[in-house]
Write a protein that binds this ligand. Structure first.
Ligand SMILES: [Zn+2]
Length: 336
């Protein structure tokens, strides 16, 4: 495959990747369908912002966020069913049940970590660690500005953590199982080794009841934009949206079987971080995964970082020791 030059890199030499928004297929169907799948993403974002902005205090709590998340997931699954992006990505029973397993694992894993460390301990530590009065200048800003800044700063951290995972081998071993997914669906964000979940999430779920409104708003922005990273829905994405935010299209490129394509679009919410740091590739890919699309089963996903880490460690040690003893051994070889 020839591939397409993007900056200094060739994208799509190993596996097919569509580069450029003008080459991405549009939503097929009548004007109502066109309208819905053009404006769904912005409308949902503005609805979420309006809700968390105006909801009274008794309603702006963790259990509301969890309930919204649940309803939101069901709605997105329905969209996948109504308007799939790729037929090859449609959920089978096997895929669906596997995804549900990882979602359940993520919820219990976070629950376990919270129980072990203790919500009270975390909350106390956060309260003591910050001199909140120093943030007066920040909390004096309009609420929405605070929320956007919090979301962007958080995503900036995620961007570099994700980029480090693709560039430093020990971190890659924790992230690699997630790259074995061969299709994108609503729950696929949960598929991967729990160590990665811990590194990316670091269990902020328990803070909801205490964190100020700006954090709830930031969380809502992250959820209503980030949810489309893994989804099998065809949208006509408005130009301004795809310029600012990460999209299904961007993230499918990141999951391509093409190696160079995976080294792009690291951010979760704000694709402008990728634009600023030169790692953005606008386009989409259908052929996803690693090793030609080998499906990694649950057992292997759980042990992968440890098994590969152990193997690499042994190989490294053997090379170190072997390197020291080889020259004399080579001297014993018969001269020709
Ligand atoms: Zn990745």
């Amino acid at each position: 495959m020839a591939g397409v030059q993007v900056g200094k890199r060739i994208i799509g030499a190993d596996a097919p990747v569509i580069v450029g928004w003008e080459n991405i297929p549009k939503v097929e169907g009548g004007p109502i369908k066109q309208f819905v799948f053009t404006w769904f993403q912005p409308v949902m974002l503005f609805a979420a912002i309006a809700f968390w902005y105006y909801a009274p205090n008794w309603l702006a709590v963790a259990s509301t966020a969890i309930a919204i998340r649940l309803g939101w997931t069901v709605l997105l699954l329905a969209l996948e069913w109504v308007n799939p992006r790729h037929k090859s990505w449609q959920l089978t029973w096997k895929e669906g049940v596997t995804d549900a397993f990882y979602v359940g694992l993520g919820m219990t894993f976070i629950g376990m970590v919270d129980a072990y460390i203790g919500d009270g301990v975390i909350l106390g530590a956060v309260r003591d660690a910050f001199d909140w009065e120093k943030f007066d200048w920040f909390t004096g800003l309009p609420l929405l500005v605070q929320a956007v800044l919090i979301s962007m700063i958080f995503d900036f951290g995620q961007y570099w953590m994700h980029r480090a995972m693709h560039n430093w081998h020990p971190l890659w071993l924790t992230h690699a199982p997630h790259h074995y997914i061969t299709q994108l669906n609503v729950q696929k964000g949960a598929v991967g080794n729990p160590v990665e979940l811990f590194l990316i999430g670091l269990g902020i779920g328990g803070l909801f009841d205490f964190l100020p409104r700006a954090f709830l708003l930031a969380g809502a922005i992250g959820m209503t934009v980030g949810a489309y990273q893994h989804i099998n829905v065809r949208f006509n994405v408005p130009r301004w949206w795809r310029f600012i935010f990460n999209t299904t299209e961007h993230h499918s490129v990141h999951h391509s079987q093409d190696y160079e394509a995976t080294r792009s679009n690291y951010s979760g919410t704000w694709i402008i971080w990728d634009r600023i740091f030169g790692t953005c590739v606008d386009g989409e890919a259908e052929v996803l995964g690693m090793e030609g699309g080998r499906r990694m089963h649950i057992g292997e996903t759980m042990v992968f970082p440890f098994r590969e880490g152990w193997r690499d460690g042994k190989a490294w040690l053997a090379k170190k020791l072997g390197g020291a003893s080889n020259p004399p051994a080579a001297g014993l070889e018969p001269a020709e």
